[in-house]
Design a binder for this molecule. Structure first.
Ligand SMILES: *Cc1c(COP(=O)(O)O)cnc(C)c1O
Length: 378
């Protein structure tokens, strides 16, 4: 099955109990047993048909064997981190999603999970960070907001050599463009809130594995800690996933045009997009993904100018999320990355005048006209 077909016919595409072609929302917590211990479902934290339908679908989509749906991307990432124990050490991408930085450095550290933040686009930096108690490498590629690229296959080989679990946050690329399990990752996580849902109407997270034992362990954590996705939100995610392919195609078409426009605009400085041949990691990205996605960042003269653009756009909604049908715009230095000290931010390349865009599926003419007039405001 090819990808767009899989988004629609993968998982349990027809409800086995009713024949419904849209998995019903099984809004239920408990199930009648035919005799003691004789049941398919027992209790909805452990298993629910709507969530199971989503979990089978996401497993198929990421070419894994088992998927798990959580109440948010952070719940999924936290559950994955709970596979490890006090005293274990994990290497994490240094410009990882802010919530992942926060949960590892402010919550899980209190349970003595040790974390090192490393530039994972540099394989030697990862090698140098491996300690005797290192148990896993967690990477994001591309990253936010500068779209830095990590070589998934190379890190996977390094992880295998050192018997480390390798986890990839695939939120930015989506399974339509990139399948980390095929490249040797052990676990893939997503914020389902972003492209998978795609309509800014659900907060969700997923994790997928292709190893039976790891699947059992993760189900044990999911059931024990309880951060599950409810049936209504599971249904919304299934619904969103059906159009993931066509959304990503349209998003990327628009993004390419927006990138060209920005590169030619006199008021725009640098443009960051993995599809640009001079983008650091472009070649690596091409080797592991079939598309470049819809995230762009670019610089304007200063923060004042950036704020003026944000204020004057009409179709780009000022918002923190990404991956939706509507185009979104934000200023990392004052929003997603405001908690990072300015000096560190500048070291990372996140200038005050950096603007991040998540391109949607509006008509491209409207998006370009909108950016043009917003950049031209004096
Ligand atoms: C949003 C996001 C998360 C967290 O997901 P939530 O659904 O907001 O909890 C994790 N990783 C990346 C890359 C994200 O963009």
């Amino acid at each position: 099955m090819k990808k767009k077909t899989k988004f629609i016919h993968g998982g349990i595409s027809v409800d086995p109990y009713t024949g419904a072609v849209s998995t019903p929302i099984y809004q239920v917590s408990t199930y009648k047993q035919d005799g003691v211990g004789n049941f398919t479902y027992e209790y909805s934290r452990t298993g629910n048909p709507t969530r199971e339908s989503l979990e089978k679908l996401i497993a198929d989509i990421e070419n894994g064997t088992r998927g798990f749906a959580f109440g948010s991307g952070m719940a999924a990432i936290t559950a994955v981190m709970q596979l490890f124990s006090a005293g274990d050490h994990i290497i994490v991408t240094d410009d990882v999603y802010g919530g992942t930085f926060r949960v590892t450095s402010k919550v899980l550290n209190r349970f003595n999970l040790e974390v090192s933040f490393v530039d994972t686009s540099d394989l030697n930096a990862i090698k140098n960070a491996i300690q005797t108690n290192t148990k896993a490498i967690f990477v994001e590629t591309p990253t936010n907001p500068l779209l830095k690229i990590t070589d998934i296959k190379a890190v996977s080989d390094l992880a295998k050599e050192n018997k480390l679990k390798f986890i990839v946050d695939n939120t930015f690329s989506t399974p339509y463009w990139q399948n980390p399990l095929d490249l040797g990752a052990d676990i893939v996580v997503h914020s389902g809130t972003k492209y998978l849902g795609g309509h800014s109407d659900v907060v969700a997270g997923v994790a997928v594995v292709n190893d039976e034992q790891l699947g059992e362990q993760l189900h044990f954590i999911q059931n024990s800690t309880g951060g599950i996705l409810g049936p209504q939100d599971s249904w919304l995610l299934i619904r969103g996933l059906k159009t993931l392919g066509i959304r990503m195609e349209e998003i990327e078409k628009n993004t390419v045009e927006v990138v060209k426009f920005l590169q030619d605009h006199p008021k725009v400085g640098k443009v960051f997009y993995p599809g640009l041949t001079d983008h650091p990691g472009h070649q690596v990205h091409v080797s592991q993904a079939t598309g470049f996605g819809g995230m762009i960042s670019f610089t304007v003269e200063n923060q004042e100018k950036a704020l003026s653009v944000l204020k004057n756009v009409k179709y780009f909604t000022l918002a923190e999320s990404l991956g939706a049908v509507e185009s979104l715009i934000s200023i990392p230095s004052l929003m997603t990355h405001a908690s990072i000290p300015r000096e560190r931010r500048l070291e990372l390349g996140i200038e005050d005048g950096l603007i991040r865009i998540s391109v949607g599926i509006e008509d491209i003419e409207d998006l370009l006209t909108d950016l043009e007039q917003a950049l031209d405001v004096k």
